[in-house]
Design a protein around this ligand. Structure first.
Ligand code: CP
Length: 313
C-alpha cells in the first residue's frame, strides 16, 4: 500500500469541514485496506503523543493501537496525571512535547474549539489531531460510523439517517451531520426531547421529530446517543425509566424500522436507558464493529497525516 498515492490530509485534522471530499474518500478507502493482519509500517520513525484531558476508552485505545500497528513510537498522557495539574498551560505542554520531537499530537479536550486554537499556534512540523473537543467535533468517530455502515452492506448516499437522544451536547452528532451530508445522505432525522435538540438547527436535509416512534419508520440507519450529563448544567433531566419509556430503543420500537435498518451507537452505551440490552447485543447492532473500525480509521488518519510531517525520518 502506498499512502502517498492517497490524498494527504491538510495541516491538521480538526473537523469534517476542513476535509475535502478527496480527503474523506482517502480515509475511508485506506481504512478498509488497513484491515489486514500485517499493516505496512507507515509510521516507522514517527512519534505520536496521545494527550487526553477527558475520560475515554474507545478513542484513546484505538489511536494507541493504530499508531503502534503502523510502527510509531507512542506516548500517552492523561490530563489528570500531567503537569497541567501544576499550572502548565496547554500551549506550554504542546511546546514541551514538540521539543522532544513529537510528530503528531492526538488531543481530546473538554472545551469546544480548544484543539483548533492550539493547532493555529503549533510549531512547524507538529501536526494535531482532534480526538473530540467539547460539544464541537469528533471527526474520526463520524468517519468510523460511515465506514461501519458501508462495510456492513448499508448505504450512506441516499440514506435516511436518524440520530436520536441528546443531540444538543453531542460532538458525534455534529460531526456525523456534517459528514453524511458530504456523502450525499438523503435525509437526517433528529429525534429527542426539546432540551436535547440542537439550537440552532443545522442546515441541510434535516427533519426534527418530537417522538422517536415517528422517526423510526423508513430509517436506513439509527444512531442512538447517550445523555451527556458531563456537558450540561441547569437542565432538568428525566429519570432513567421515564427516559427509556419515551426515548429508549427497545425491541418494540426496533420493529418500527425496516428490516435492513442498522443500529449504531458511538459508545459508551447506557444499557436500558437510551438503548435496551436486547437491541445493543442484537443482530442489527453494529456497536462493536464501530469499535473495530475505529482502529482502521485512525490508522488511515495517522498515515495520511504523517505524509504532512516535515521532519520525515
Ligand atoms: N465514542 C467515544 O468517543 O468513546 P470514548 O469516550 O470511550 O472514546
Amino acid at each position: 500500500m502506498n499512502a502517498l498515492s492517497q490524498h494527504p490530509l491538510p495541516g491538521h485534522f480538526l473537523d469534517i469541514d476542513s476535509l475535502s471530499d478527496d480527503h474523506i474518500h482517502s480515509i475511508l478507502n485506506m481504512a478498509a485496506q488497513l484491515d489486514t493482519a500485517t499493516p505496512p509500517p507507515l509510521l516507522k520513525g514517527r512519534t505520536v503523543a496521545i494527550v487526553f484531558y477527558e475520560a475515554s476508552t474507545r478513542t484513546r485505545v484505538s489511536f494507541e493501537l493504530a499508531a503502534k500497528r503502523l510502527g510509531a513510537e507512542v506516548v500517552l498522557i492523561q490530563g489528570a496525571a500531567s503537569s497541567a495539574t501544576k499550572g502548565e498551560s496547554l500551549r506550554d505542554t504542546m511546546h514541551t512535547l514538540a521539543a522532544m520531537n513529537i510528530d503528531i499530537l492526538v488531543l481530546r479536550h473538554p472545551q469546544s474549539h480548544t484543539v483548533a486554537e492550539l493547532a493555529a499556534i503549533a510549531p512547524p512540523g507538529l501536526k494535531i489531531i482532534n480526538a473530540g473537543d467539547g460539544t464541537h467535533a469528533h471527526p474520526s468517530q463520524a468517519l468510523l460510523d460511515a465506514l461501519t455502515v458501508q462495510r456492513n452492506g448499508g448505504k450512506v448516499r441516499d440514506a435516511v439517517l436518524t440520530i436520536a437522544g441528546d443531540i444538543r451536547h453531542s460532538r458525534v452528532a455534529r460531526s456525523n451531520i456534517a459528514l453524511w451530508q458530504r456523502l450525499r445522505v438523503k435525509e437526517i432525522r433528529l429525534a429527542g426531547p426539546e432540551q436535547f435538540l440542537p439550537d440552532p438547527l443545522p442546515e441541510g436535509p434535516i427533519k426534527v421529530f418530537h417522538k422517536l416512534d415517528s422517526a423510526l419508520p423508513g430509517s436506513d440507519v439509527v444512531m442512538m446517543l447517550r445523555i451527556q450529563r458531563e456537558r450540561m448544567s441547569g437542565i432538568s433531566l428525566p429519570d432513567n425509566d421515564n427516559y427509556h419509556r419515551h426515548w429508549g430503543l427497545g425491541v418494540e420500537r426496533l420493529a418500527l424500522t425496516p428490516e435492513h435498518c442498522q443500529i449504531l451507537h458511538p459508545g459508551p452505551i447506557n444499557r436500558n436507558i437510551e438503548i435496551a440490552s436486547e437491541v445493543a447485543d442484537g443482530p442489527r447492532s453494529l456497536i462493536l464493529e464501530q469499535v473495530s473500525n475505529g482502529v482502521f480509521v485512525r490508522m488511515a488518519i495517522l498515515a495520511l497525516m504523517a505524509n504532512q510531517v516535515q521532519n520525515a525520518p
